[in-house]
Design a protein around this ligand. Structure first.
Ligand SMILES: [Mg+2]
Length: 376
């Protein structure tokens, strides 16, 4: 593994990026509210990545982005670069269908096994699974062999999370670590001297297990809020686990309802944060714990370009969120060929963009923060 200096994701994407809210960063592109009206999708909630509505929004954004180019040419093909078979695979197929485009996807997750490629031919598009990020070169050869031209009539969608940044199987653990640290700091800040770090760690690790996903909805905002309430002493972890395992406590909505009914027993300092999260959950906000997500932005930014550039590559991979050189190199080549590049991220906007106050101090969105580049 080698270092390739430093850069930003905006080097190849500019501001052609959307985070979870689906409001593009480039101000020339339409916001979700406008696209909804244009294509007639319901106005409740933000479409999630695997839904057909998400794909229709992305297809519409790509059309708009393509029209901004000097030599506007019609999009005829789509390429997707991602890291998860199920989520990215589904989103990719839906986008092919939404735009009526033939597509090719490269989905990688690095492991110790000998390099292998798997071709998955679907009705809408072809997926190539690889266990090396460097196999993106073979992916490009494959496209060429199939007469699938990647040119100015092609759009390339780059997944950001654990693909362009923090490559899965290579540098992705730091992303989870940084989020956990944000939860830790948020809960510690709210509980003050009552904060029990070991108790937080135990509760988080336990309830983060897949068997508790029906209860937590695998939602990190919910999970960190639950750990906060446990830390406040309203209920303890063992009691909660018994309630969940015996199906007396079936989901997060029931949990926060219980907390709300017993809000008078919460430590005073947790009263207002509970009210805020409760109100947002009642409105259906999937990222209701804003304090935690703002902190996640800060801890993420603090783990980009954070080490001495001379640090060994192993240290960079364990302590820094790095740009994936193989993805960057392919993106720069495609860009030079006139390909339309667009970045998508499922990270909440609150965890990806600075607050107004921080922005005034010069803090940048994640895709504009300089960090180290690592790859084969
Ligand atoms: Mg991803």
């Amino acid at each position: 593994m080698n270092k390739y200096g430093r850069s930003t994701v905006s080097e190849f994407l500019g501001d052609f990026v959307v985070y979870r809210n689906l409001d593009p960063i480039d101000a020339r592109l339409p916001f979700l509210a406008e696209i909804r009206q244009r294509i007639g999708i319901s106005a409740t909630g933000t479409p999630r990545k695997t839904s057909p509505e998400y794909a229709r929004v992305i297809a519409s954004l790509l059309q708009a982005a393509s029209e901004l180019r000097e030599a506007a040419s019609k999009i005829e093909r789509v390429v997707f670069v991602g890291d998860t078979r199920l989520n990215d695979g589904t989103a990719f197929q839906n986008i092919c269908l939404a735009g009526n485009w033939p597509g090719m996807a490269f989905v990688a997750s690095e492991d110790e096994a000998p390099p292998q490629l798997e071709v998955d031919q679907r009705d809408a598009g072809t997926l190539i699974y690889a266990n090396r990020w460097a196999a993106i070169g073979e992916f490009r050869d494959f496209c060429q062999e199939q007469d699938f031209n990647i040119d100015e009539r092609t759009v390339v969608l780059l997944d950001l999370d654990k693909t362009t940044l923090g490559a899965r199987g290579r540098n992705d653990k730091i992303i989870d670590h940084v989020r956990l640290e944000a939860g830790f700091q948020t809960v510690s800040g709210l509980l003050g001297e009552d904060f029990d770090p070991a108790g937080f760690q135990t509760a988080y690790e336990r309830l983060n297990q897949p068997e508790y996903h029906p209860f937590t909805a695998d939602n990190q905002d919910f999970l960190v809020y639950i750990c906060l309430i446990l830390g406040g002493g309203l209920i303890d972890l063992d009691e909660l686990v018994v309630e969940v395992n015996s199906a007396r406590m079936v989901n997060f909505e029931q949990f926060i309802g219980y907390v709300n009914q017993n809000a008078d027993r919460l430590p005073t300092k947790l009263g207002s944060i509970h009210q805020e999260v409760f109100a947002r959950v009642s409105q259906g906000d999937p990222t209701p714990f804003k304090e935690f997500r703002y902190k996640e932005y800060e801890t993420t930014a603090a783990h980009m370009g954070n080490l001495d550039p001379a640090a060994p590559v192993e240290d960079l991979l364990s302590k820094t969120i790095t740009i994936t050189q193989e993805v960057r190199q392919a993106a720069l080549t495609w860009k030079s060929l006139g390909v339309l590049l667009f970045g998508i991220s499922d990270k909440p906007d609150e965890a990806s963009l600075p607050t107004e106050a921080l922005a005034q101090q010069g803090w940048q969105p994640i895709h504009r923060i300089e960090t180290d580049i690592v790859g084969e």
